[in-house]
Design a protein around this ligand. Structure first.
Ligand code: IPM
Ligand code: MG
Length: 368
């Protein structure tokens, strides 16, 4: 059958591309504590993006006023990562936008809308791949419930890397999931290093290796291999289904510390964890690679909020948490701590009938 032949040829190309990708993975870490100029790219995004980003930029300008004046930190506005522009050009991240992004060290990015179906890849997925942002770190903390979780989600492989490259035959569709030794090793290393450097004693590996035997089986095996270098850290394995239950099981959930997972499971469970913390509007997200890093809210562009004329109630807490993570990443620990304290101390609820996002941002600025 001609269709099968074509699909096999397409699959061959995918395999070759993936092997080439892992052959070219390189680590060239930046030392931000000694870098004379740190360039922070600022990208608004779509929907509520420009609204919450305006608050975040104001906060960064306040916290970094001296450094911005001296030029040791530069905020560089990057235009053109809008849905209209991406659709008009037929590129998930337009080439000139990507070129500008690559002149920056780190990015603070508002949410971008992904059209459902079609071939247009999510801008997030493109950026994570093009900048090789392999570690998606998502903290969730609820001190009064003794919850302090850090999720390490693999961010460049799994169901995502070929998510827009599946094949369709008459009456059937097939997508691909990719897990590599090198890709798993570096995310596992990141999780265990984080645990070691932050006094954590346990890393939980979460997969569905009983079903996805090849890919998740590899993920688990390699993660355990890496774990052997960290004899003081306890390791346990869970399947993703029971892990989603564990997070709402008050008898055991506060015992989890660092959670290590492949891409799609990490996507799903971090929304659940964020909801337990108070909603997806309350959680920040760091996409870390060796050369670049991108910080964003965990949530999407909330087009429904905009359609209903409720953009003023978009919660900037999530992007502000991401901004605090960015500051830590570029070794601005004092500024990060000031922002974290202000966020922890802010009791305002952003919602219709409660506070607007602008009121929340004002309160944070005052508390800095
Ligand atoms: C996230 C988002 C993204 C993802 C979307 C926007 C592609 O849900 O960052 O969790 O699925 O990774
Ligand atoms: Mg998600």
């Amino acid at each position: 059958m001609n269709e099968i032949h074509q699909a096999c040829e397409a699959f061959r190309t995918l395999l070759e591309e993936q092997l080439a990708r892992i052959a070219n993975l390189r680590a060239d870490k930046i030392d931000f504590s000694s870098k004379p100029v740190v360039t922070v790219g600022v990208i608004d995004g779509d929907g509520i993006g420009p609204i919450i980003m305006a608050h975040a930029v104001k906060v960064l300008e306040t916290l970094l006023a001296d450094e911005l004046a001296q030029g040791s930190v530069v905020l560089k506005r990057i235009e053109g990562l809008t849905l209209e522009n991406r659709m008009a050009l037929g590129q998930s991240v337009p080439a000139d936008v990507l070129a500008q992004i690559k002149t920056c060290d780190v990015l603070l990015k508002g949410p971008t809308t992904t059209p459902m179906g079609g071939r247009m890849e999510s801008a997030n997925v493109t950026l994570r791949r093009e900048l090789d942002l392999y570690a998606n770190c998502r903290p969730v903390s609820i001190p009064e419930k003794n919850i302090d979780w850090m999720f390490f989600r693999e961010n460049t492989e799994g169901e995502y890397v070929l998510g827009s490259r599946g094949v369709e035959l008459p009456g059937m569709a097939v997508d691909f999931k990719v897990t590599t030794d090198a890709g798993t090793r570096r995310i596992a290393r990141a999780a265990f290093e984080y645990a070691k450097n932050n006094g954590k004693t346990r890393v939980s590996i979460v997969t569905k290796a009983n079903i996805m035997k090849k890919t998740d089986g590899k993920f688990t095996a390699i993660a355990h291999e890496v774990a052997r270098d960290y004899p003081d850290i306890a390791v346990d394995d869970w399947y993703i289904d029971i892990m989603t239950a564990n997070l709402v099981n008050e008898a055991i959930r506060d015992q989890f510390q660092v959670v290590l997972l492949p891409n799609l499971y990490g996507d799903i469970i971090t929304d659940e964890a964020a909801q337990i913390q108070g909603g997806v509007g309350t959680a920040g997200s760091a996409n870390i690679g060796d050369r670049f890093a991108m910080f964003e809210a965990i949530h999407g562009s909330a087009p429904r909020l905009i359609e209903q004329g409720l953009g003023a109630y978009a919660n900037p807490a999530s992007i502000l948490k991401a901004a605090a993570m960015l500051l830590r990443h570029i070794c601005r620990a004092d500024a990060a701590a000031r922002l974290e304290r202000a966020l922890e101390g802010c009791a305002l609820t952003v919602d219709v009938g409660a506070s607007t996002g602008a009121e929340y941002a004002e309160a944070i600025l005052k508390a800095l």
